[in-house]
Design a protein around this ligand. Sequence first.
Ligand code: SAJ
Length: 428
Amino acid sequence: MSGAETGSGTGFEPPAIHRVAVFGLGYVGLPVAAVLAGCGFDVIGVEISEHIVGLVNGGKVHIVEPDLDMIVQAAVSAGKLRATMTPEHADAFIIAVPTPFTGDHQPDLSYVKAATQFIAPLLQKTNLVLLESTSPVGTTESIRNWIAELRPDLAMPQTEGERADIYVAHCPERVLPGRVLRELVDNDRIIGGISPVCAERAAMLYRSFVRGEIYLTNARTAELAKLVENAYRDVNIGFANELSVVCDRLGINVWELIGLSNKHPRVNILAPGPGVGGHCIAVDPWFIVSAAPDATPIIQAARVVNERKPDFVLEKIKTAAARLRGPVIACLGLSYKADIDDLRESPALHIVENLAREKVGDLLVVEPNLGRLPPSLAEVAHVRLVELGEALSAADIVVLLVDHRQFKRIDRELLKPKIIIDTRGVWR
Ligand code: SAJ
């Protein structure tokens, strides 16, 4: 199907969407752009990085994500996807730019605002502006307000659904890195409009590629729903991480404990680890906290527990290393979770950087998903990126930081003479 055309029986019949501009060709924007192009839309990817624009126009990608290279290549060859640094007219504008936080955990909306400022002068009647980026409550309304300031000639949508010249909505991304293309199509989606008509307009576009259910609500509820999903996971991982520290103190195997507790029909404890990484779960809970600091003790406590966990692991390694003279430490994994190359907010990377800074032993890093060490470790004399076999034969201490599939297959006999610190319970 090319173009989102139906009014779904609401009596609302705006013109079809043929041309979509996606702002930000990152972990979310590039897959969305490629999938829309695959559905027959003419897609323009607007990106500030000249490097990414060049790569995408050459049919290549800058992200390790299964099958993404294939669909980008196909979309570019078919003439359906084109990247540019210069914004252009479109029927729908999707904003998929970063929403980081500042040093004091306040949301930084500067990328969203900049994208809106690029879009505003291009807007024509019946255009849709849709925010995909995970955002604090009120961001979609801010987009509407920023556009209103820049384009007083356009009638803006209001919460009470009267006709307006343009449509503004939020459809928060929900995809799991490593399974992005599948989840983009199969996951249920929430769409929140500034007005019900805005939500319906956005749903028309998303129905062209989403096989899951689409649930309509207002923009503020959609914003909070996304933040709550990630905060829920953070709180539950925090509980598991807290148990791992309690068990360490009591001399109990936390993996056995959780396995047994989960035999209860209404208990499902998640897996402890070295901490919580990635650019979502470690960040998004703060957007709720900053909106209601005195009403979020559980969300804040989970963040504190999860943020402290890497330092707990660090102390374990230092204590083990202090018992040896010139210890060689194998550090298995640097990414923030298994079988990806993403280092953002990675607790494993944080731990290895601190070992390097504090000169705790010779560090042999194994990261099968990277060809070279990140800049923070590359120039350090006593840190080397090596193959798994070399690390295992040379190491006195083996620290499992990420449960990559290669590490699950390690022959346990090779580990017997070593000191093992297994933060993920792979060799429990
Ligand atoms: N982790 C644990 N124990 C667990 C599960 C995860 O320690 O039992 C750790 C991981 O190792 C990793 C971190 O938590 O360091 C986060 O990993 P994840 O797989 O839970 O989630 P993300 O950050 O890769 O993706 C999340 C997803 N959100 C939820 O599952 C609620 C995804 O659906 C979102 O789209 C994504 O955040 C996002 O972009 O917001």
